[in-house]
Ligand binder design. Structure first.
Ligand code: TYD
Length: 222
């Protein structure tokens, strides 16, 4: 089996940049990486993503939302994540089940256990080996997102501040539930500092993972 690493955090926590830095660093060390994201990562899951993030779907019921995230995840797990792990690769995934536990379980108030139950069904019980949780002040997160997209926010980002506040606090609650797997990193430091902290956490896990020596073969498999 390979290694399954996920990155989590509130909107605007700097996950994408940190995913880029982590991917580059691991590739430079010769590891065979699959970089992916949720909701999305496969053709079908990306179509579900469009529906989930469309501001015109404002009337979407919380249970519909939770089930669509889980449906996208089921396809992603079966088609992309499991095969990559079985091939011994490192999977870097921007968000996974923890996002549903926090956004839908806590943010929407559907309950962490309830949401965990149908996500367990969706993934066949697959859980990350390590989850990096980037934590920042939630207002700073929204400001960053606003700057990034020049005010064009998706359906989730358009939720009330109260929702984002619950999500922010919810990640800290989840981290306390799974302290071994979920490691919190302060996302308000400089990108270089944040990356350094992340590598300190990731490095001890790398010894058990195979490396590709044949770069052409690696390119074929991506
Ligand atoms: P995205 O643009 O990928 O945001 P980010 O860059 O912050 O990850 O949009 C994904 C949105 O979907 C984000 O607001 C978090 C939300 N989300 C859930 O509510 N539940 C989930 O299970 C997942 C994976 C994401």
């Amino acid at each position: 089996m390979g290694l399954f690493i996920t990155m989590e955090g509130p909107d605007g926590s700097g996950k994408s940049l940190q995913m880029d830095l982590l991917e580059q660093d691991l590739e430079q060390r010769g590891f065979d990486i699959v970089r992916t994201r949720e909701p999305g990562g496969t053709r079908i899951s990306e179509r579900i993503r469009d529906l989930l993030l469309d501001p015109e779907c404002a009337e979407m019921d919380a249970r519909t939302e939770a089930l669509l995230y889980a449906a996208a995840r089921a396809q992603h797990t079966a088609e992309r994540i499991r095969p990559a792990l079985e091939a011994g690769r490192i999977v870097l995934c921007d968000r996974f089940t923890d996002s549903s536990l926090v956004y839908q379980g806590i943010g929407r108030g559907l309950g962490v256990e309830e949401v965990a139950a149908f996500n367990h069904f969706a993934t066949g019980g697959l859980a990350p080996d390590l989850t990096i949780l980037l934590q920042i002040d939630y207002e700073e997160g929204l400001r960053r997102k606003n700057r990034q997209y020049d005010g064009h926010l998706d359906r989730m980002e358009l939720q009330q501040n109260d929702f984002h506040h619950k999500v922010h606090d919810g990640f800290a609650v989840l981290q306390r539930l799974y302290p071994e797997r979920i490691r919190m990193v302060d996302g308000s430091d400089s990108p270089e500092e944040v990356h350094k902290h992340i590598m300190e956490i990731v490095e001890p896990l790398l010894s058990g993972v195979g490396m590709t020596t044949d770069k052409d073969e690696r390119r074929c498999r991506i």
